[in-house]
Design a protein. Structure first.
Length: 218
């Protein structure tokens, strides 16, 4: 009887040790490291973007295309994250007028803040984000000037802990790029004079983006 009780005690002690180790492992996985730097490469897809064609009733739309980005982050507390984000989309402007498609690169540089919306010890950590910065348009046309505009973004995402220093991130956001409806963009000048290809449609250019990334903590 005494031997049986001893075995039961040893078994219960082993189970308790395993449960304690499992709980510690879960906490290690789900609790973000404070004061640590993070690097998150992203890949995704970007939609939307509309321009008017100068001097006509036609319009032009940006083609949907893949995009990529990278975020450098710092976490000052368990719920908040500050990030410097760079994103890039290589696309084309497709016009319904008798114009050929023109290659266009869109670069973003933004300061972002993300805030977790749930318990930091959760296995799935939803977050909200907001950002402010600039967006640059580079048109592949002779003598066309690059255009830089003020932009903001808002959205949300999900952090899924995989390892103590590795999270999977899924993110969706809308970008608002402020375009003056009275100003032309992609202007060029040469010996025959100057010309502008497009004007902004309204005061804001909207784009939508879905991203997936891996966050490495150092």
């Amino acid at each position: 009887m005494k031997a049986w009780l001893t075995r039961c005690g040893l078994g219960l002690g082993l189970v308790g040790t395993l449960l304690t180790a499992s709980a510690a492992r879960a906490e290690e996985l789900t609790t973000p490291a404070l004061g640590r730097f993070e690097v998150t490469p992203f890949i995704g897809y970007r939609f939307g973007g509309h321009f008017d064609v100068e001097g006509s009733d036609n319009d032009a739309d940006l083609n949907d295309s893949p995009a990529f980005g990278i975020a450098l982050g710092l976490r000052p507390n368990p719920l908040k994250q500050y990030e410097l984000f760079y994103g890039r989309q290589s696309t084309e402007i497709a016009s319904n007028a008798a114009l050929s498609e023109v290659d266009l690169d869109i670069d973003q540089l933004q300061f972002r803040m993300t805030v977790l919306l749930d318990d930091v010890a959760s296995r799935l950590n939803p977050y909200a984000l907001g950002s402010v910065g600039v967006t640059r348009f580079s048109l592949d046309a002779p003598d066309a000037n690059d255009e830089t505009r003020f932009s903001i973004a808002a959205g949300g995402g999900l952090r899924i802990p995989l390892q103590p220093r590795l999270d999977l991130r899924l993110e969706a956001r809308v970008d608002l790029i402020f375009m003056s409806s009275s100003s032309s963009i992609f202007c060029s000048s040469n010996s025959t004079g100057g010309a502008c290809a497009f004007t902004g449609s309204g005061s804001v250019l909207f784009q939508y983006e879905f991203l997936a990334g891996a966050t490495f903590t150092f």
